[in-house]
Design a protein around this ligand. Sequence first.
Ligand code: CMC
Length: 428
Amino acid sequence: MSDTLTVIDNRTGKKYELSISDGTIKALDLRQVKVNEADFGMMTYDPAFMNTAACKSRITYIDGDKGILRYRGYPIEQLAESSNFLETAYLILYGELPTRSQYDEWVQHITLHTMIQENIKTLMDGFHYNAHPMGMLISTVGALSTFYVDAKDIHDPESRRKQIHRLIAKMPTLAAFAYRHSVGRPYVYPDNNLSYTANFMSMLWKMTEPQFQANPILAKALDVLFILHADHEQNCSASAMRGIGSSHVDPYSAIAGAAAALYGPLHGGANEEVLHMLDAIGTKANVPAFIKEVKVGKGRLMGFGHRVYKNYDPRAKVIKRLADEVFEVTRRNPKLDIALELERIALEDEYFVKRKLYPNVDFYSGLIYQAMGFPVEMFPVLFSIPRTVGWIAQWEEMLNDPDQKIARPRQIYLGLGQREYVAMIKRS
Ligand code: CMC
């Protein structure tokens, strides 16, 4: 039996054979289903892309029912345990773990591009004293396109390679500068003798000491958090990256759009919302009343639920373990008790069980970030740094995919038909 789907149109009695490949039919094949020659042809209606594959990808695999996440075939748990962020970034971008010489060269390239143009500092200075650092990050990463005009050569692999190095290297610098501006402290330039996360911590927290000494356990924990956030296949911001990139704009402009998508509270802004929620709940004793409110539709349990995971988010499991290591260095975040109680009750409650709502990556990450000294406004910024790797990998794959064209969904028009313009004087 061939892999086809038979569609019978009861309006016309006609029968169509649609070929199936990789468990999907081509939406365009439905266009032949017409009532007459003048008919445009059948389309699918899928708001929020609940059941539409918009690309073929070889980067990240998720099995949402089983709670599996793999980058290029490697389980996230193994990468979190044994890899580091820059090695994982290489894997995500190039498909294989690097050899020693490839790794050294890669780290060298990233390290050499950590500085940003002085004019970016001037741009940062223009922001209001209490500007949200994510707004500053989005603006300044977009502004990088004005400094690197060669980035417009998106069809040149060498140019793309250079922008990749720049983006991965400069995101922590932009993020740290945004933070320093928000706390009214002078910017700290990158220290290329430090590791990726230790340098980031130095740019955030260095004061007058000659060299900032990051706590190695915290630097490692941040590195693991970066691995966990590096890619997550076709999520809202990755789709934004692909959609914007499909117009062949430069990657800095596309990343600004992807970061804007991430900023929203239903996506990367959720970790910030989790902390606001824990603050609002206040004490463990208030948890049952809060859950009750959520169940009657008064707000959501932030950090719970996922479009794809209908099981425990594997990243949340790693983060929960990581929290113990971090809290041994910092003091235990007192909000952890509220979070644990929320999780305990929610995992037993029929409302959450029936809807398969489990903690996602954002539920515990904020507690760690806060214990490390980050203000909540920095949480989505911290998500953007590693996710830049995923965005670029998705962008590269899109550009090299002969099936891809400029993204342009269809609509079902339900508005009025043609009518005649009415002069203002005649309108009632
Ligand atoms: N709290 C309470 N109810 C929820 C929640 C929640 N966090 N999430 C989903 N539901 C309910 C929802 O009300 C709906 O119930 P009903 O069937 O009675 O109408 C049902 O579960 C299905 O929800 P949905 O909104 O149709 O699911 P979705 O796939 O469109 O949304 C989500 C996924 C992540 C936006 C959603 O679960 C949510 O808003 N969670 C809270 C925000 C959050 O933590 N976001 C971070 C996601 S993970 C990091 C990332 O990738 O950015």
